[in-house]
Design a protein around this ligand. Structure first.
Ligand SMILES: *[C@@H]1O[C@H](CO)[C@@H](O)[C@H](O)[C@H]1NC(C)=O
Ligand SMILES: *[C@@H]1O[C@H](CO)[C@@H](O)[C@H](O)[C@H]1NC(C)=O
Ligand SMILES: *[C@@H]1O[C@H](CO)[C@@H](O)[C@H](O)[C@H]1NC(C)=O
Length: 353
């Protein structure tokens, strides 16, 4: 049995978002969404150049819009990455692929746009971006306007661990398959499998306090939440091969309470369930099932519009409270989240009997 671990490492995950809008030319806007990348957690980065003719700009007409990028923002060394010419003639290094989507169009009555979206942006996507629109001014003379934006990147320490866990998960799955395929009680495979399982558990332990197995699942309580919110917690649990804990029964709640919550120093622990879509209809983000089990305190705070997420609160003997989904980081250090992951060792034992 795995006992509750003490803190080994204090891993802080934070998102730094800086925006720098120098010399923004009205009429041409460069926009990054988001303005700060948290590597391994940010799903996409979108850069846009938006040009609106006739709005307080030197240009009355744009014939091309170009996007440049410089990895350094202090000593900008711009590289031309994408151009839109005429109506929707896209040119440039950044071609569409599984991880990149480039689109754009020049429209002489509506805003023209040049847009590129990267999946899983990394440090190399940070730096300065510059949009440049070429066209003619009201006297018919060629002219240019430009606009710059800075995108920052921050390492999420969690990334390496999560990737490592993913990798180990795949290895354990592969070993399970091989075991199934041969149906033989191959000692070498057994040992390898046990070793990989141990690595998997060790990797998870560096970031999470694990529970023993319960009904095919293991519960992982973050050792620090840092700047986590509901969205990031859902993503992080997913990357571990699990999901934000879906507590569906008194037994499951009791188990989590006894194995993790009671010994935890946190004020609040975030679990799955949000009523963001329809007030008071709580839905799990992973299974999409309705939440059917609650542990409301005898007094239940009035449901306010912004409180759309569920947590257990120590001050209320670990009963449920409603929390704001976005600003959980405001409780710095006092808030954690709970992942539920399929228990591989359970699976293995299950296969053998
Ligand atoms: C191994 O076999 C069992 C029963 O036949 C099956 O349920 C399980 O999904 C298999 N596991 C893998 C990894 O293929
Ligand atoms: C154990 O898991 C099964 C399948 O997910 C579920 O139907 C059952 O209610 C769970 N048992 C307990 C005690 O939570
Ligand atoms: C969840 O609850 C709502 C409201 O009670 C209901 O309309 C919906 O069908 C339920 N969804 C599921 C998946 O059971």
């Amino acid at each position: 049995m795995t006992s509750v671990m003490t803190y080994q490492k204090y891993v802080r995950i934070s998102l730094v978002a800086l925006v720098w809008c120098p010399l923004l030319e009205a009429g041409l806007i460069s926009r990054a969404t988001p303005t700060g990348i948290e590597i391994g957690v940010t799903e996409t980065l979108m850069m846009e150049c938006l040009f609106t003719p006739g709005t307080d700009t030197k240009l009355t007409y744009a014939s091309s819009i170009k996007l440049f990028h410089s990895e350094s923002s202090a000593y900008a060394k711009y590289i031309d990455i994408l151009t839109v010419l005429n109506v929707n003639n896209i040119l440039g290094k950044a071609k569409d692929s599984a991880d990149v989507k480039a689109e754009g169009s020049i429209d002489h009555t509506n805003p023209s746009v040049l847009r590129i979206t990267w999946k899983g942006p990394t440090a190399k996507h940070s730096g300065s971006y510059k949009c440049v629109a070429h066209g003619v001014d009201e006297n018919g003379n060629p002219d240019t306007v430009q606009s710059e934006t800075v995108v920052t990147a921050k390492d999420a320490d969690i990334e390496k661990v999560v990737d490592h866990v993913n990798h180990l998960n795949q290895q354990v799955d592969q070993l399970l398959k091989e075991l199934n395929a041969t149906e033989a009680k191959n000692n070498q495979l057994e040992n390898e499998k046990k070793q990989q399982q141990q690595h998997l558990i060790d990797a998870q332990d560096s970031l999470f306090t694990p529970s023993p197995a319960f009904n095919g699942s293991r519960y992982l309580l973050t050792k620090t939440a840092g700047a986590m919110n509901y969205f990031n917690s859902v993503l992080t649990c997913g990357r571990l091969g699990g999901y934000l804990a879906e507590i569906d029964s008194e037994e499951e709640y009791k188990f989590v309470l006894d194995s993790l919550l009671k010994s935890s120093a946190y004020e609040s622990v975030l679990i799955s369930g949000t009523d963001e879509a329809v007030d008071k209809v709580w839905v799990h983000s992973f299974s999409k099932n309705n939440v059917t089990f609650f542990k409301w305190a005898t007094y239940r705070p009035d449901s306010r519009e912004l409180l759309n997420c569920l947590a257990y609160r120590k001050q209320l003997q670990w009963h449920n409270v409603e929390m704001e989904c976005k600003t959980l980081c405001a409780f710095d250090g006092t808030l954690a989240f709970l992942c539920e992951v399929p228990d591989k060792s359970y699976e293995i034992i299950g296969n053998q009997h």
